[in-house]
Each structure stands twice: as structure tokens, then as C-alpha cells.
Design a binder for this molecule. Structure first.
Ligand SMILES: [Zn+2]
Ligand SMILES: [Zn+2]
Length: 193
């Protein structure tokens, strides 16, 4: 079966969901509809992928920047994601050779992941003095004091879900006063090119 040009560098990895039901393989993956394969963006501590790494020799480890070529025999990105979501075990063919397109997917996925992590930290930090806002200016609904709100460093508050979506997908700025949080995103990305 001819699946991929770089067969010499491929390895086979089988992961089984141990807890949490289908879809918990402890891998964060990045992809693009026009690019074959899924790039590993993170190996999550304590998950099946991390356990696999702990129990296998270096050459068989799953690492950030590796490419998932097929999952359970399927090679299109959408089909592979469905396998990851719905299967309780995945047989993967992994390659360590990335094309320029794959590197691009990896870079943008890592950027998005770094931004998501930063936003989570920002939303969990107890920011700013003063009274919280009573209305979320993103969805214009009332904010209940039940832990669903998040306060930004400028002391404006919103529903956590609303402001998370805004900060990740739109701008790293307060939707209300335009305070810029981009400069707080200093953490350097570790990445070999
Ligand atoms: Zn809201
Ligand atoms: Zn603000």
C-alpha cells in the first residue's frame, strides 16, 4: 500500500483510550483542509500518548512536530479527526518528515495553542480592582456572580466564554476599552525549524 513518500522514516503507534471515553488520546493535533496529515502540536501529560512515550524507546516516541499520516487506515484529515473523536483505539502511522506546508500548519497551530494557553491564564488571573460589570458587553446579557465571569487586567468583566472566544478568535484587546494585552504574550515559542 503506497501511502506516503517518506516511508523510510515512518513508525507505527497504537494508542488505546484508558479513561474518559473515546477521543482521549492525550494528543493535540493541528491540520488544514488542503494539507494531508495531522501535525502533533502537544503531547498532554498523563494521557495515553504520554504513557506510550514513557514505555517506549526514544525512536518510537510521539513528539511535537511529528506528522500523523494515517489513523486506522484512513488518510484524509477529516476522517482521521473522526477516528480520534469516535474510536477507543487508534493505529497510527507517524512520520517525522514534514513538508513546508506541514511546517506552516505546525507554526500556526503552535501560535494558536500558545495564544489559547495565554488566554486561559489571563482569564483565571484575578485582575483589576473595582466593581465587576453587571452586563457582558459582548452578548449584552446580564452577568451572574456565579463564577462564569472573567475580569481582564483593565478591570472590565465579561462572561468567561464570551471573552475567551473574543480573545482567541478576534483580538488580544478588551472589547470595551481596547486595552492591548498583546504585549503580555511574551513567552517564547520553542521550535526548531
Ligand atoms: Zn456574554
Ligand atoms: Zn477594558
Amino acid at each position: 500500500m503506497k501511502l506516503w513518500p517518506n516511508r523510510g522514516t515512518q513508525k507505527h503507534v497504537r494508542l488505546v483510550c484508558t479513561a474518559g471515553g473515546p477521543g482521549c488520546f492525550g494528543l493535540a493535533l493541528g491540520g488544514h483542509p488542503d494539507v494531508k496529515g495531522l501535525v502533533i502540536v502537544d503531547v498532554i501529560d498523563g494521557g495515553p500518548a504520554a504513557t506510550w512515550n514513557a514505555n517506549s524507546s526514544n525512536g518510537n516516541n510521539l513528539e511535537v512536530g511529528h506528522l500523523v499520516v494515517t489513523v486506522n487506515g484512513i488518510s484524509d484529515a477529516q476522517g482521521m479527526l473522526e477516528q480520534f473523536r469516535n474510536s477507543s483505539s487508534v493505529d497510527m502511522v507517524i512520520s517525522s518528515k514534514l513538508s513546508n506546508q506541514h511546517r506552516h500548519v505546525l507554526r500556526s497551530s503552535l501560535g494558536l495553542q500558545r495564544r489559547s494557553k495565554f488566554v486561559e491564564i489571563l482569564l483565571e488571573t484575578r485582575n483589576g480592582e473595582g466593581q465587576p460589570c453587571t452586563t457582558c458587553s459582548i452578548c449584552l446579557e446580564e452577568i451572574a456572580a456565579d463564577g462564569s465571569e472573567a475580569k481582564l487586567p483593565c478591570a472590565h468583566s465579561f462572561h468567561k466564554a464570551c471573552v475567551r472566544r473574543w480573545l482567541i478568535a478576534q483580538h488580544l484587546r478588551c472589547p470595551l476599552c481596547n486595552s492591548d494585552f498583546e504585549s503580555l504574550l511574551h513567552v517564547p515559542v520553542e521550535q526548531g525549524d
